[in-house]
Design a protein around this ligand. Structure first.
Ligand code: DHB
Length: 719
């Protein structure tokens, strides 16, 4: 690569002008990573170029010898590292005097500088130092302002009342209820604060319910006071605060609700309330933003372990804790199950005085989990991009209502959880601009999906080609076909499924676009991280002082509230800048560095942390990041359901969760049940048949272990 000086100069001055003019909008690091990413196919030069310059210490540089092909890196990495998207943007450039790589000689090194040129460089260097001082001052002032804000917040939290987390076995109410025709007697220990320094005591409380039989030494459904599994349902929906699920005789689906059903089957029930996005304390600070929800669920588990271990809670096996939830609550139960004992949550748990115990659990029931939020938009477009209208009650496009589409079938709309988004009767037409965004997001999904390296039960890699087709899509279709087949085998009549082909009683084919047309697309574009930050998820990712934030780089780039360049544009700009720096004469180099610093100072004014959630928090809300990590204890048993009519999130979301769990040797029962929309708790007999089975297998295994131990020690005694 030989650059001619006139060309380089022309390029350089144009670029300097562009840098200065576009100071507000350009950004980002010429980091080694960026350059390497461009050349993943192994062009040696890129690697060598980087090895010539000593990188700044905070820039992550790949060792030359570690260069991987794109395929290798996809194989080796578990997921795309989206942290790069939300980490603070930095601006580091190569330093003066670097040569053109390879065998080529730095073109400006041939000629010594004149004293006039040295003087000019000196002058610019001085100006640069002056700017650097200004920048330091700016940061100092901003840090001070932030510190004051945080101090006021801390003060508002300081006066929190302290609570005891000692369970009192004498403080209960004896109750009897009718569970589907059978009387069930139990003791209710109600409204116990589960953490010593709660932010919101009313939402950091739980109730414990224990079948009365265990106080008489009885066994129920094969369980005893010692072996009874502990069922822990949560009542979270819409990432709103969740209230305690009390045993109920008449649930939404008729008959006993999950808590009462569990009691009637000999389970101990622990039902926590949990903070959510909308909570505010007396001073107006938000107290339920992420990761509050999962921190609370974990604190409740720790409370149970703590008090059961001390013998205060009179029954229940803490090695068999089963979490259950629906929608956002399903996401939470999955997250609790995935992230057992993960250290990231410890500071939060400690700060609010949670018991110092393990928080891993035995099993997860996740109904229609609204999870993996930073990939939910791309997943949704991959699935729903063929739709021409959507039906959620966002801002309506009244000028262009789509008269062709009908309202979604009644069975889809009924039984939606209370805090789920509402559905409109009239569709909103999707615009050509939205279609473009949809296509782009869908394309991003194929990259993400392939990075997961998911495999089916016989080891085939479930990939997608750039057009969104491939084995993963076939796997998804097989879920719907299996669902229809199961319904038919039960004797159900298949109705309202023009997308399904049945031949001789066998479900053989699904027409995906026809399916979408039939169930109707619920959500707008993007479905979760809204450009106007209006979604429940935007609120969930807010902070104590900022109500709503983005949680994907893509939505940040398209935000109604801030202008930053696209990732792809940045990469291009950085590549050009890197070339400029390599070719610059010392004077040009000094000019470049000054222009760059000025550009950076403009960008500093735009504090992106006000618009974008912190990456660590986004990560702490997504079970996908914890499954397969050696240092966490992911629950061994999973039951995941996503109704065949659900459109609140793409079926790919629970499917990826299920596959990842299976691929890491967890036991997973994943189905897309026929006839259900966005809903949960509709199959309690099946749910508890499953929890019975996994619990009894565990008990049997324990028994075998125990008798082996006994035998061994008996043998020892004889000898
Ligand atoms: C729920 C539903 C949604 O569509 C969503 O985006 C978030 C939460 C719910 O029902 O909990």
């Amino acid at each position: 690569m030989q650059f001619k000086k006139p060309y380089a100069n022309k390029y350089l001055s144009a670029a300097i002008a562009a840098c200065l003019l576009s100071a507000m909008t350009t950004s980002v690091p010429v980091s080694a990573e960026e350059i390497l990413k461009e050349d993943v196919h192994g062009q040696e030069t890129a690697v060598e170029q980087m090895s010539l310059s000593a990188p700044p210490s905070d820039v992550n540089v790949q060792e030359p010898g570690l260069a991987q092909s794109a395929e290798e890196s996809a194989e080796n990495s578990d997921v795309i590292d989206h942290s790069a998207e939300s980490k603070p943007i930095q601006n580091e450039f190569l330093k003066e005097g670097e040569g053109i790589p390879g065998t080529e000689v730095p073109y400006h090194s041939e000629k010594a500088l004149t004293s006039k040129e040295w003087a000019e460089i000196d002058k610019i260097e001085k100006e640069i130092r002056q700017l650097q001082r200004q920048r330091q001052e700016f940061f100092k002032a901003r840090d001070k302002e932030k510190a004051e804000k945080e101090k006021a917040f801390a003060k508002s939290l300081h006066d929190r009342q302290k609570y005891s987390i000692v369970f009192d076995p004498e403080d209960y109410t004896a109750k009897t209820m009718n569970a589907n025709g059978e009387p069930v007697s139990f003791r209710a220990y109600e409204h116990l604060v589960y953490t010593k320094k709660p932010y919101e005591p009313e939402y950091q409380m739980l109730s414990v319910y224990i079948p009365e039989g265990y106080f008489k030494g009885e066994s129920i459904n094969g369980f005893t006071a010692e072996t009874a599994p502990i069922f822990m349902p949560n009542g979270v929906g819409g990432y709103m605060p969740g209230t305690i699920i009390e045993p109920q005789e008449d649930s939404r689906h008729g008959g006993a609700n999950s808590a009462l059903y569990a009691l009637s089957n000999g389970y101990v029930v622990v039902s926590p309330a949990i903070r959510g996005q909308s909570l505010k304390n007396k001073d107006g600070y938000a107290t339920g933003k992420a990761p509050a929800l999962i921190v609370d669920y974990k604190a409740a588990v720790r409370f149970v372990r703590h008090n059961r271990k001390k013998g205060r809670i009179p029954a229940g096996d803490t090695d068999k804790i089963i979490a259950s939830g629906t929608s956002a609550g399903g996401a939470l139960s999955a997250l609790l199950g995935a992230s057992g004992n993960a250290k990231e949550y410890l500071p939060y748990l400690k700060e609010q005085g949670a018991a110092n115990e393990r928080d891993d659990i035995f099993a997860v029931m996740a109904y229609c989990p609204i999870t993996n939020l930073e990939h939910a938009d791309m997943s949704y477009e991959w699935m729903f991009q063929s739709a021409n209208s959507y039906y959620n009650a966002g801002p309506a496009n009244t000028e262009n209502p789509d008269s062709q589409d009908q309202v979604s079938p009644a069975e889809i709309r009924k039984n939606r959880p209370p805090n789920a988004p509402k559905e409109k009767v009239t569709g909103t037409k999707i615009t050509p601009e939205q279609k473009e965004i949809s296509a782009e997001l869908s394309q991003k999904f194929t990259e993400y999906l392939n990075s997961l390296n998911l495999r089916d039960s016989i080891g085939n890699r479930l990939n997608l080609s750039p057009d969104g087709l491939g084995l993963f899509r076939e796997y998804i279709e097989s879920l719907y076909l299996a669902s229809a087949q199961e319904a038919m085998d039960r004797g159900d009549t298949i109705k309202n499924a023009p997308w399904l082909t049945v031949e001789n009683g066998t479900a053989v084919h699904m027409d995906f676009p026809k399916y979408i047309k039939s169930v109707k697309r619920l959500k707008g574009i993007p479905a979760f991280d809204a450009f106007d930050m209006s979604s429940g998820e935007n609120s969930e990712f807010g902070t104590y002082d900022v109500a709503n934030k983005h949680f994907t780089r893509y939505a940040l780039e398209h935000s109604n509230f801030v202008t930053i360049p696209r990732l792809e544009e940045e990469a291009e700009i950085n590549k050009e800048k890197a070339t400029l720096y390599r070719l610059a004469t010392p004077i040009e180099n000094a000019h470049l560095r000054k222009a760059n610093l000025e550009e950076q100072m403009e960008k500093d004014k735009l504090d992106l942390s006000q618009y974008m959630a912190n990456w660590e928090i986004i990560r702490m809300m997504n079970p996908m990041h914890f499954i397969g990590l050696e240092e966490v204890q992911t629950a061994p048993n999973w039951r995941i359901r996503h109704g065949a009519l659900d459109r609140d999130t793409a079926v790919a979301i629970p499917a990826m969760l299920a596959l990842r769990l299976k691929n890491t040797e967890k036991s997973v029962d994943f189905k897309v049940p026929w006839g259900y929309g966005h809903d949960g708790d509709y199959d309690l007999p099946d749910l508890f048949a499953w929890t019975d089975r996994i619990s009894k297998i565990k008990d049997a295994a324990q028994e075998i272990l125990k008798s082996e131990k006994n035998e061994a020690s008996a043998k020892e005694n004889v000898e």
